[in-house]
Design a protein around this ligand. Structure first.
Ligand code: DON
Length: 576
């Protein structure tokens, strides 16, 4: 253990309880001013109150941003079971002691995976079944979360491993009050995927969960206790590994993850993708995420058009939405053609982010007409995921997005271990030309192959100015992720909105191959007059968006302002 401070589990839980009492009397999130509070103890914006309170307790106990992030991630695996996980994967972007790091703990395809494995699953009428990569054990990739959190903690944590797991174990043992959303996403999964016929046992574990009632997870508590005692090897080589392998064929399932797949799972330490923008370095997600390249292209194209097409445009005017839709078309065309796991395909990252290329792409934006989808070519020759952002009193920052893909993943809960497995295999281009659940397509670059990581959109991002983190940001939302991060950054830095307003502002989405759809969001639908103007320009309006849920922290000098998206059930906290 590399921890130099040991704290007792009892003291952690006591301070978690104390801070929970505090928040009940209103120590809440952003007030609407952008001054924030002094960065004395750190700040957290996480996607529910349990995880924010646990992160706060860890910071108050002397932990750093990485300790808090690991504790938050394990708590979300208990209290945000539709997305928080130990059965999935994600990305952790870290800025610590003045240096950037990026932990890629994305799922890997099992060794027996093949590029045509999903074409063999047919519906009753003989067609390829798109649900086969979404539901049932055959939809699961080899989970990366436990190894990713463990390696981040080994390298940078200050507190003992067992102490950062303690809040999660306690909540699994004693229970948490189930939210409306947890119940909603369970029912959504069962209704939309449950009838597909692939064996899944989600209801055996989550069937008794009721909104507003205490929900206990005794088996998950035991699993977390074993991981606390034995480290990540427990998950990849120990009893938990045996239980995962058994879950592959439970109830007649057709899963293919073996003990060797688990033993061979590897975290990849990458350099975050740096983008120079507005006098800051935006450290964001490199491949196998598409998010960083997409965010870089969006910020770059908008900057290229700042002095021309964007002059006089404010966020969410019809012309602003149209210009962004034109940019997004180019981004999604490149995403579909070039992006995949860099361990398997040559991702032309430098060329996709070359300022000259971005200027040329920006010049293709048609300010008046919708460019027809067929003519947008690659340019070179809800569900669920969750995000949290943390800064500590030393100014270190963590931006972490992790996921099961859709809510509750593939619906298979590992019997005897009490956690759900992901359905991340659907992020591969499982069938050429066929859109995945988020409506996006891919090419050979993102075909299934043994050991390969599916292309992601997750974009945990840290902006650094003069060597110090100044914004920590990210969100769930599938293919909407990098566009949501982009819109909030533009609101904040191009339009000087205070962070709470920048986050709360209505967001829109546009992607290929759909091409003419301008998507609003259930949180704040496109108002009728704006919808009419967009329709007059040739757009079709839809509000069936996958919700995004931004968790952001802005740091200006010693002032700090954490904001949790009003769309979600998050809580922003300032630690004193
Ligand atoms: O990695 C990705 O891009 C997706 N698996 C993320 C899924 C997601 O954000 C679902 N939540 N709304």
């Amino acid at each position: 253990m590399n921890s130099d401070i040991l704290i007792s589990r009892r003291s952690l839980i006591a301070s978690a309880a104390a801070s929970m009492a505090l928040s009940a009397c209103g120590s809440g999130s952003g007030s609407g001013s952008d001054d924030g509070a002094r960065l004395d103890g750190g700040a957290i914006a996480s996607s529910d109150k349990y995880s924010s309170e646990a992160g706060k307790a860890i910071l108050q106990a002397g932990g750093n941003a990485v300790d808090a992030a690991v504790a938050i991630a394990f708590v979300l695996a208990v209290t945000y079971p539709e997305a928080g996980n130990i059965g999935g994967g994600g990305f952790m972007n870290i800025f610590i002691e003045g240096k950037p790091y990026f932990v890629d703990y994305r799922e890997m395809a099992p060794a027996a995976a093949t590029s045509d494995m999903y074409t063999r699953f047919k519906t009753a009428d003989g067609k390829q079944d798109p649900l086969s990569s979404l539901w049932g054990a055959q939809a699961a990739g080899v989970p990366g979360t436990v190894r990713g959190l463990y390696e981040a903690h080994q390298r940078f944590g200050r507190l003992a491993w067992k102490d950062v797991l303690a809040p999660a174990i306690d909540l699994a043992d004693k229970g948490h009050v189930a939210s409306k959303a947890e119940v909603f996403w369970r029912d959504y999964a069962i209704t939309n995927f449950g009838s597909s016929g692939y064996p899944a046992n989600l209801m055996e574990y989550f069937g008794t969960m009721r909104e507003g009632q205490l929900f206990r997870q005794a088996e998950l508590a035991e699993t977390l206790r074993r991981i606390a005692a034995n480290g990540s090897d427990e998950f990849y080589k120990g009893r938990t590994a045996d239980l995962i392998v058994a879950a592959m064929t439970q109830d007649g399932g057709r899963g293919i993850i073996t003990k060797a797949d688990l033993a061979n799972y590897k975290v990849v330490w990458r350099n975050p993708l740096p983008i120079e923008w507005n006098g800051m370095t935006v450290y964001t997600a490199p491949p196998p995420s598409s998010g960083g390249i997409a965010l870089g292209q969006l910020l770059g194209m908008k900057a290229a058009l700042r002095g021309t097409l964007f002059v006089g445009e404010r966020p969410n005017t019809v012309q602003y939405m149209h210009l962004n839709a034109e940019m997004l078309k180019r981004v999604f065309a490149d995403r579909a053609e070039y992006l995949g796991d860099p361990g398997f395909v040559d991702v032309p990252q430098a060329r996709l982010l070359d300022p000259a290329y971005i200027r040329a792409r920006a010049a293709e934006v048609n300010p008046r007409e919708i460019t027809p989808t067929e003519t947008v070519q690659p340019g070179l020759a809800k569900m669920h995921t969750t995000h949290f952002s943390v800064v500590d009193k030393w100014g270190n920052a963590v931006s972490n997005t992790y996921t099961l893909n859709m809510g509750y993943g593939c619906g298979v809960v590992v019997r005897g271990a009490g956690f759900a497995l992901n359905d991340e295999m659907d992020d591969f281009a499982t069938v050429p030309g066929q859109p995945n659940i988020f409506g996006v397509i891919g090419s050979d670059a993102n075909a299934v192959a043994p050991g390969k990581r599916p292309l992601s959109s997750m974009s945990p991002t840290i902006l650094v100015k003069d060597g110090l983190p100044t914004m920590v940001i990210g969100t769930p939302g599938g293919s909407r992720i990098f566009n949501a991060v982009y819109q909030v950054l533009a609101n904040t830095y191009d339009y000087q909105m205070p962070l709470p307003a920048a986050v709360a502002n209505r967001r829109f989405h546009h992607q290929l191959p759909q091409g003419r759809i301008m998507e609003g969001e259930p949180f704040s639908p496109i108002p009728p007059d704006l919808a009419q103007q967009l329709q007059a320009r040739g757009y079709t309006i839809s509000t069936n968006s996958f919700d995004t849920d931004i968790q952001a922290i802005k740091i200006t000098g010693r002032d700090v302002m954490p904001v949790s998206d009003p769309r979600g059930r998050g809580l922003a906290l300032i630690v004193t």
